[in-house]
Design a protein around this ligand. Structure first.
Ligand SMILES: NC(=O)c1ccc[n+]([C@@H]2O[C@H](COP(=O)([O-])OP(=O)(O)OC[C@H]3O[C@@H](n4cnc5c(N)ncnc54)[C@H](OP(=O)(O)O)[C@@H]3O)[C@@H](O)[C@H]2O)c1
Length: 355
């Protein structure tokens, strides 16, 4: 039977890379977002708001996906609201699709906040988990929108008899424009500003992150794991960590990045120096840089997400994930982390998003 994918959040960092991979593997692929227009050849756009059930029902009227890839979230001020809104996104969609009885598998992307806690209690002293993070670790006592999204999937799976998989990436590195959290692009923008002004490329994080081991998740590797779990019997009804497969220290990677951009850098010194503060007065400067080099996006707030980079690099512990579980079941995709960053930087240049 033909595989028909519905990628939910198809213009995001996870969704757009997944859509590309699905199309290259020959899947019929629909891409849902509120503004679904993208340059991905072969992707069939579905314009719908997951919070508007009537609109969603109408948009999906003639579409009966076999595989659902849920790669979206909305940022709210409190975790209570995050839970309410983000579980509604999942539940609304699964309710709308339920009568069609077409769904065979639902893959849900969450992340390491599963282990580290929600934004409000993120990696705070007193609740620090043991690393490397392992899928078997129990849920934390804090309410968390990831748990609420998982529960919405489990309930619907029971009702509608489909299989599921949960995917927990570390920081996702990959190409997307204007999405909510994008550390790779944010660092590229910061480095470009340093290059233009002669400012030093200052590591914005903690001593633990500068010195400790880390890993990240290339969006292309995440895409491959999503497809693997959705089509591999042994992987059904399980949760998986997903990271590139190598480990690194930021003090090593930071210097490599500075070399790539040919700029001077400064590592961790005495205290955290947040990137959000470092970039706060650079909005006009970025407009000028964009004009000078004929770049496509001159709005610094849209193209960068310093708050998120600060959150990840400011953690008081080293963070890395154990990959043994999916490896043992046959998922062997590996990606060099340095290449994840330099491939992204090359793409950003080619697409005229950085000079
Ligand atoms: N980015 C990271 O570094 C990272 C790391 C670890 C875990 N995660 C997790 O991965 C999951 C996916 O996040 P992401 O970073 O890939 O997302 P993202 O890049 O911010 O993309 C979100 C996508 O969802 C769409 N969307 C948002 N609200 C919608 C709505 N109401 N109705 C329909 N579509 C909507 C957006 O397009 P429109 O705005 O056009 O609707 C966009 O296509 C999240 O759970 C996130 O926490 C992300």
């Amino acid at each position: 039977m033909e595989n028909i994918a519905l990628v939910v959040g198809a213009t995001g960092i996870t969704g757009s890379n997944l859509a590309q991979e699905l199309i290259s593997e020959g899947w019929t692929t629909y891409g849902l977002a509120r503004n679904p227009n993208s340059n991905i050849e072969g992707l069939i756009p579905v314009k719908a708001d997951l919070l508007d059930v009537e609109n969603l029902t109408e948009a999906l009227q003639n579409i009966s996906p076999t595989h659902l890839f849920f790669t979206t979230w909305m940022r709210n001020d409190t975790e209570e609201e995050n839970i309410k809104i983000n579980s509604a996104l999942v539940r609304n969609l699964l309710n709308v699709l339920s009568p069609k009885k077409s769904i065979q598998h639902v893959a849900l992307v969450t992340g390491l906040k599963h282990y580290l806690g929600p934004f409000e209690a993120y990696a705070k002293a007193g609740s620090l988990p043991e690393t490397p993070l392992r899928e078997e670790q129990p849920r934390l006592k804090y309410p968390n929108f990831y748990y609420a999204q998982e529960d919405a999937v489990y309930e619907a799976a029971e009702r509608d008899n489909f299989t599921w998989s949960i995917h927990r990436p570390h920081t996702v590195i990959g190409y997307a424009v204007g999405n909510l959290m994008n550390m790779g692009t944010t660092l590229a923008i910061y480095a470009s500003i340093c290059k233009e002004t002669g400012r030093k490329f200052i590591f914005p994080g903690s001593s633990a992150q500068w010195n400790g081991l880390s890993d990240v998740t290339d969006a292309r590797v995440l895409a491959k794991q999503l497809i693997w779990a959705s089509t591999t019997e042994a992987a059904k009804n399980q949760a998986f960590n997903i990271a590139n497969g190598d480990v690194f220290r930021w003090k090593w990677l930071w210097e490599k990045m500075a070399d790539y951009f040919q700029i001077e850098f400064e590592g961790f010194e005495n205290e955290i120096r947040p990137l959000e503060k470092e970039l706060q007065n650079d909005h006009t400067l970025w407009e000028e840089i964009a004009e000078k080099y004929d770049l496509k996006e001159n709005n610094l707030s849209k193209i960068s997400s310093a708050w998120h980079t600060d959150l990840d690099l400011g953690r008081p512990i080293e963070v890395m994930t154990d990959m043994a579980k999916s490896r043992k079941l046959g998922f062997t995709t590996f990606q060099s982390t340095l290449d994840s960053f330099t491939d992204l930087f090359e793409k950003l240049k080619k697409e005229k998003l950085i000079p």
